[in-house]
Ligand binder design. Structure first.
Ligand SMILES: CC(C)(COP(=O)(O)OP(=O)(O)OC[C@H]1O[C@@H](n2cnc3c(N)ncnc32)[C@H](O)[C@@H]1OP(=O)(O)O)[C@@H](O)C(=O)NCCC(=O)NCCS
Length: 158
């Protein structure tokens, strides 16, 4: 599907991290005040993906420009899919990229035959993230991970 555009008309898509784009993905950085909620650079999440074999990092593109990072994982223990490490570059925030990136990822994961629920967690003070996830249909599971609120989205198979 290629109908996801931000508020400036750029097409928002997800891409694998490869030899050509990894530096741009690694350099994605939140605003300074958001560093209490997420890592200071997407490089941290990229390394986690490369080291652990659990998470898969993706770049977020607006047309051909890398503007963000997000990653996903499958938890074999409880059969849920997880999303983490969502960062839209500081200068690119507020244009609808985060919403469209999450929509693209939910669509992508919902095509997996084993995907019935998507979970993620956020810091309770991260009101921007809370509003975004709430508006996408995520609801609290009642669980907390490392002091973060865990929310879930039931997925209808695509
Ligand atoms: C959270 C984040 C990914 C949102 O990305 P974005 O591209 O700025 O978001 P969008 O422009 O798509 O906005 C989507 C929604 O998020 C919410 N939102 C985003 N920033 C917000 C802010 N500063 N204050 C309040 N709400 C905000 C709004 O509900 C907005 O709804 P709208 O589409 O009706 O305007 C981005 O702010 C970011 O990278 N933050 C730092 C990292 C982070 O906290 N990641 C989430 C970790 S769980």
């Amino acid at each position: 599907m290629d109908d996801l555009t931000d508020r400036t008309g750029r097409r928002v898509t997800l891409c694998p991290v490869d030899d050509d784009n990894w530096r741009a993905v690694a350099d994605i950085a939140p605003r300074d005040e958001q560093r209490t909620f997420v890592a200071a650079l997407a490089a941290r999440y990229l390394l986690l993906s490369m080291r652990g074999g659990v998470w898969t990092s993706l770049g977020v593109l607006a047309d051909d420009t890398v503007v963000g990072h997000v990653m996903w994982a499958y938890d074999e223990e409880d059969g849920t899919h997880w999303v983490g490490g969502l960062i839209v570059d500081a200068d690119e925030q507020g244009r609808g990229v985060g919403r469209q990136a999450m929509t693209a990822l939910i669509r992508m994961l919902s095509k997996r035959p084993d995907c019935q629920e998507i979970r993620l967690s956020y810091h309770p003070h991260n009101t921007g993230a809370a509003k975004l996830y709430n508006s996408l249909g995520f609801t609290p599971t009642g669980a907390f991970e490392d002091d973060e609120t865990v929310v879930g989205l039931a997925v209808r198979q695509a």
